[in-house]
Design a protein. Sequence first.
Length: 394
Amino acid sequence: MATVLLTLAVLLAPVSVAATWASSQINDVDRYVRTVAPLARDPAVQDAVTDRVTDEIVARVDVHRLSEYLARVLADRDAPRFLVDVARSSDGQLKSVLRTGVRYVVHRTVTSDVFAQAWDLANRGAHTAATNLLTGGDGGAIEIKDDAVELNVGVVVEEMQQRVIGTTLVDADQVPGADTSLVLLRNDRVSDVRDTVRWLGALAPWLPPMVVVLAGAGLWAAPSRRRALMCAAVGTGVTMCGLLVGLSVLRQLCLDAVPPAVTTQDAVAAVYDTLVRFLRQATATALVIAVVVALAGYLYGPGRGAEAVRSAAGRGVGAVGAALVRKGGDTGGVGEWLRAHRRFTTVTVAAAGVLTLLLWSYPTPVVVAVVLVCVLLVQAVLGVLAAATTDPEG
């Protein structure tokens, strides 16, 4: 029974991490905005957006009408015939010059701080519990329509209109509107992926507690709880590595699904890496925790290496405590109490570290490392205080 419970907990652990990530994107507006904010600042995405908007603007300009108008002006001014003919056949040159000018202005706008700020504000306003990149609703930075994933750049088009109109030969109603979007990829399984993420978001409140309950019940029923804890930690670490590999495979699949001549793989890669970076971070955090738990379980056991580490730590703490006593730093009754309740203090400090991680909104591997160092430091200080006493029983 213990094996079955622990196996279920290990297998559900990566699903729980993914579900928690999905829920944070759906229900936490600040987290969502932090997720999509880098998109407006990524050079590859900026270039793709610039090209898309520039193409839309240039396509709406009647270049032939402009060349005809230029030819008529030259003819009215009695220009040489060959100049009039050149002007009348200059559609390609005019379009090239127009595209260069429009792209310059659009690129300056897209790479400006105003664009990035407008992007953040627009996506904060577009986010609801049911409208964002995961649910496929309209109005957010990422939209899922039919079998395509699109980057919506219309959310900041008003700022672009202010700068482009008057600089180019484009009327206000010719500038791409709020429906402007950039197709990132096409695949007939896109809607299935979206539905899966929806289910993960719905299950997020239940999966983490379920994993904890299954793991706790499995450890309680195990003949050797220390070994069971180590096995569960190692298994969890393996499944987290599997999740990281799966994300890398999914990234390649997304790049393979990029429509030809629609956008660049660099832009799609940047969007994918940006959107899943917090999921990768959460997975890495769980992996680090699993490694720490496995090492702790090993060091607590009877192995030669574990005994050597414990012995060396004990000698070091004892030496520091003895030196403190020699300098008149006898801890007296406090040291005696700490020595008598060493197991209690060890468990309490470790539990405090675990509680800190549980209460931390979105712990990272760095946070785990800092908490671990703090726990070890507190344990060392308590050990020194316990050793710094002249109690004859010491």
